[in-house]
Design a protein around this ligand. Structure first.
Ligand SMILES: Nc1nc2c(ncn2[C@@H]2O[C@H](COP(=O)(O)OP(=O)(O)O)[C@@H](O)[C@H]2O)c(=O)[nH]1
Ligand SMILES: [Mg+2]
Length: 304
């Protein structure tokens, strides 16, 4: 299966529900106020976000008037290009082969941090880079074990300390070890219990500080992982983590499991942060570099 078909398959639920419903709504309809209102409602229930939905429909109204559009079908291309615009430009990872690159991965429990780390390790390894993982989630022993299992499967070294250890000490040791081994990409897993607890935020801030002290320019990326199925709460998480650590990008996981993939538009338009990857499945190849053009094409492509 081609890359594009796989992406389409991953976005199937959102495509059918979100775009499918938009098509149902506008096909054969005359453009009038009630159509705009229904469209607005549809965008909101698809998790595009109230604010973004209102803005979107407002500029749609404006453009349709300017272009003297009369029938609903002609709105589709317009809406597609507006949604594309909301997503901004693709933002490549700040990874250079000639140095040690440190990636810190943060996010609340269960969003897919550890799985995403394994997928990233798999990608970078395939590119010929030397990868190492650090178990910065010391809160539960099972977290480090899960990372170790991934490390074994992918043949990638994992640095861990015992349960309850200081995660910043794990990062310190991991950076020293990565330097000694000539590692190119060190990926740090972190705990995710209650993002509202200030001790977690302090812990994450310390991890970032220690990484920066031990390796010039580190962390090169601080990725916030969010679960697409959690809807608007994802936007709140981005705001809260952003206050404590210098986030550089977002990873939106479980896009395959939701019909509310519209959340990506809310996040992209309300956050200054670029979406760098999307997760469309549990397999190692199901993490995709986020390509806004391709994403919108896959979403609107109704051909089977
Ligand atoms: N369907 C699907 N499941 C995912 C995706 N990413 C992660 N998961 C699953 O989400 C669950 C929690 O993942 P985990 O990495 O342990 O989350 P963590 O607590 O943030 O480290 C696991 O069962 C993963 O397989 C994705 O893109 N799609
Ligand atoms: Mg984890």
């Amino acid at each position: 299966m081609s890359f594009f078909s796989k992406l389409k398959q991953g976005l199937q639920k959102t495509r059918q529900s979100f775009v499918g419903k938009i098509e149902q709504l506008i096909t054969g309809r005359k453009i009038d106020e009630s159509l705009y209102e229904e469209l607005e409602e549809l965008l909101i229930i698809s998790d595009v976000g109230v604010h973004t939905s209102l803005d979107l429909v407002e500029s749609l109204r404006h453009a349709a008037k300017e272009q003297k559009l009369a029938d609903g079908d002609s709105l589709k291309a317009l809406l597609k290009s507006q949604l594309r615009e909301l997503l901004g430009e693709p933002a490549p990872m700040n990874i250079e082969p000639g140095r040690l690159n440190v990636i810190v991965v943060v996010g609340v429990n269960g969003v897919g941090k550890t799985t995403t780390i394994a997928k990233l390790a798999h990608q970078y390894k395939k590119q010929g880079l030397k990868v190492m993982l650090a178990a910065g989630d010391t809160f539960r022993a099972a977290a480090a074990e899960q990372l170790e299992i991934w490390g074994q499967r992918l043949a990638v070294p994992v640095l861990r300390h015992g349960e309850g250890a200081d995660p910043a000490a794990v990062v310190y040791d991991a950076v020293q070890s990565a330097k000694a081994r000539g590692i190119n990409v060190l990926i740090v897993d972190t705990a995710g219990r209650l993002h509202t607890k200030s001790n977690l935020m302090q812990e994450l801030a310390k991890i970032v500080r220690v990484a920066g002290r031990e390796c010039q320019g580190a962390p090169h990326e601080v990725l916030l992982v969010i679960d697409a199925t959690t809807g608007q709460n994802a936007v709140v998480q981005a705001e809260q983590f952003g206050k404590s650590v210098p986030l550089t990008g977002l990873v939106l996981t479980k896009m395959d499991g939701t019909a509310k993939g519209g959340i990506i538009f809310a996040i992209a338009s309300q956050q200054e942060l670029p979406v760098k990857f999307i997760g469309v499945g549990e397999g190692m190849d199901d993490l995709r570099d986020f390509d806004p053009d391709q994403f919108v094409e896959a979403l609107f492509d109704q051909a089977t």
